[in-house]
Design a binder for this molecule. Structure first.
Ligand SMILES: [Zn+2]
Length: 314
């Protein structure tokens, strides 16, 4: 807790300094000259987030999202993810942004539908097909409940077998409690309607948010293919876009995972880290996390540095 507080304070001071010095605006104006795609990661956008999203800082307030979109529009445009994933970034467009949502929380429909329509933004929504289709709890939610281990360790440990063993023992009441804690996921009906209205494009986040580093090659393949098949049913085609659950290199995926996902049809693989120096991973594209705190400051210095790092690498 202390560490989180001091980290937040450090970041706050850093952004205040950047905003006061005018450096943020100046540098963003500079980098926007380049043809560059910057991917941002969102999860839940809600005024009343679930406990899980709140505690893990996965939620931002809807008004903050609108603020963020407005400030991004000053420096670039929002790209159509389908066009970019099929043909690559268009030349001469300058800085371009793509919003992505992970996990498939209901707020993508309930809250974001209006915001996305208003701004003409089509995001990639990386879904966990098992959570939507079979109403499974996210593996990460189950792992949070195990006692005596750090969250990171728990995420690493949960395998499909662990999950099913654990869930089988729950009473109906406990399952409801967990569902409440997790927050509402989209239903198939909702996914279908968003896709049919061409408001979102679907990406793969595995059938149930397994941490790839702790899975067997077979587990990863089966889970990936199950999610691809679901996307095919919903959308009629798949872009082969994949986001690693939990998203951090080393602890959540490694070179073997990249190779397995690639062989199963993952054409572009996204990590979710706060640095952009992952080009060496080949097919892995780094996304920038939008935390509740950052969003309060529009595009903060942290995001800016990542944009700079990314451009430096290209
Ligand atoms: Zn996720």
């Amino acid at each position: 807790m202390t560490r989180t507080k001091s980290y937040a304070r450090y970041r706050a001071l850093e952004v205040l300094w950047a905003l006061r010095s005018g450096r943020t605006k100046k540098r963003l104006a500079e980098v926007s000259r380049y043809d560059q795609i910057v991917y941002l990661t969102l999860h839940s956008v809600d005024t009343r987030p679930s406990l899980f999203c709140y505690v893990n800082q996965l939620n931002i307030n809807p008004s903050r999202l609108e603020m963020l979109i407005e400030s991004m529009k000053e420096y670039g445009t929002f790209a159509d993810p389908e066009r970019v994933l099929i043909s690559g970034p268009a030349k001469g467009q300058g800085l371009q942004f793509i919003l992505t949502f992970d996990d498939g929380f209901m707020s993508v429909d309930r809250i974001c539908r209006r915001i996305l329509k208003k701004h003409g933004i089509k995001p990639i929504v990386f879904i966990n097909s098992g959570c939507i289709e079979r109403g499974e709890l996210m593996a990460s939610v189950v792992s949070v409940l195990e006692k005596g281990k750090s969250l990171e360790m728990q995420c690493l440990r949960v395998t499909p077998k662990d999950y099913h063993d654990y869930v089988r023992k729950l009473t109906a009441k406990e399952r409801d409690l967990l569902r409440n804690l997790q927050g509402q996921m989209m239903t198939t009906k909702v996914v279908r309607s968003l896709v049919e209205e061409r408001l979102i494009v679907l990406g793969n986040h595995l059938s149930n948010h397994w941490n790839c580093s702790s899975q067997t090659a077979l587990d990863i393949s089966e889970s990936f293919i199950e999610c691809e098949e679901y996307i095919m049913r919903m959308q009629g085609y798949t872009l082969g876009a994949f986001a690693y659950p939990n998203g951090q290199p080393v602890t959540c995926f490694n070179d073997d995972c990249i190779s397995i996902i690639g062989k199963c049809g993952g054409k572009i693989q996204f990590s979710n880290t706060n640095n952009c120096n992952l080009r060496n991973y080949g097919v892995v594209e780094s996304r920038i996390a939008v935390s509740p705190w950052e969003s309060q400051h529009g595009i903060g210095i942290k995001v800016l540095r990542e944009v700079e790092a990314k451009i430096g690498k290209c």
